[in-house]
Design a protein around this ligand. Sequence first.
Ligand code: NAP
Ligand code: GDD
Length: 383
Amino acid sequence: MSKTALITGITGQDGAYLAEYLIKKGYIVHGIKRRSSLFNTDRIDHLYQAPTVENRNLILHYGDLTDSMNLTRIIGEVKPDEIYNLAAMSHVKVSFDTPEYTANADGLGTLRILEAVRLLELAKKTRIYQASTSELYGLVQEIPQKETTPFYPRSPYAVAKLYAYWITVNYREAYGMHASNGILFNHESPQRGETFVTRKVTRAVSRIALGMQKNIFLGNLSSKRDWGHAKDYVRAMYLILQQDQPDDYVIATGVTTTIRDFVSMAFSEIGATIEFRGSGVDEKGYLTGVERARFDTMVGGDYYEPFAARIGEVVVGVSKDYFRPTEVELLIGDSTKARTRLNWTPQYDLKGLCNDMMVSDIKLMKRETYLKDGGYRIMNYFE
Ligand code: NAP
Ligand code: GDD
């Protein structure tokens, strides 16, 4: 018998990778997606099956974490073996602009799922994964951060996720539910949302290489993150729910890097070197060189001359618009517990992750140039 999983946030980065992973394992996957005025299923289009297909292994439901009745109905109909609660307003800076909504979706949304499972008397059947976050550590009280490190959230997002973390623990203890928190450190991929810093950088560096934009403006270049690959991290989510006992686990690489160094890494993927000069909002990144062979391999010889002509120019700037009212300066995780108990080890290091994102974005941006040049019509003609 196939297992049934319900994924909230299936249209997001992690939801898409997890759906693919579980389908490959033979699961029937149900996903909750929000209604949107434009298609928002790009990340799962390759998995989509129309309702007319018999024996589907991917079934989508309209829903929203702010709507209890909708969640209760879907959970009651699907009666999943596993729920992965990945849906959230997940952008830390945006949470300062939409704090009430963030609390509702990210905090109370988790309660709605737990309570629906309890009221539907599925507590003994349905295992629950809660997408907790290293943002809980915020103003870090210990380096590196592990499961026992005290929390100190620094944004409306992190405070909402703090509620979600503890309500998950409480339902586990109060009702014996198999409910677990994955305390995941930052994880990225070619599918990462465009406004998170790594993707913003890999997209911009690709566009700068192709002559589509002159420079990129960022915020705090000195904050440090422990970045892993989303493909490795969804594997950890699955493993957490396969354990006999529910528990909470830190998932991290144990390596931390500044935003500034990530920018340099992205440029080095195309053979370019950058030098940062100045400080605070006056800091700038100058293009200081480019290695032709690497550039030609990664980007293409046609683009080399115009790019090399820019040596000496500013390609990275800082804007106060991208700073947060309160910042999380340093994250670095100790995932010993997950590595020993779950036998989880990441396969990607940061260089591999950055390469994966750069290769994908260069390809994507070339397609964008092609579309701008009228390629879209040509493509439609042939499709
Ligand atoms: P993401 O790409 O932003 O995806 C978020 C998903 O949640 C999207 O499918 C989004 O739908 C959906 N969503 C947002 N608000 C919703 C609502 N009110 N009702 C129903 N669905 C809603 O995030 P991600 O990077 O995949 O992260 C997955 C989860 O892990 C999130 O809970 C995030 O907070 C948490 N997390 C992420 C990281 C990380 O580094 N990526 C680290 C730790 C924890 P639309 O597509 O319609 O917007
Ligand atoms: N987004 C963004 N844009 N961040 C910037 C920029 C910029 O232009 N410039 C500097 N940064 C800095 C931020 O100030 C932060 O210190 C760091 O880059 C990472 O920012 P994000 O990529 O937006 O991620 P995050 O760490 O705030 O949050 C992500 O990871 C959390 C796990 O720690 C999100 O995925 C959260 O949902 C997740 O919980």
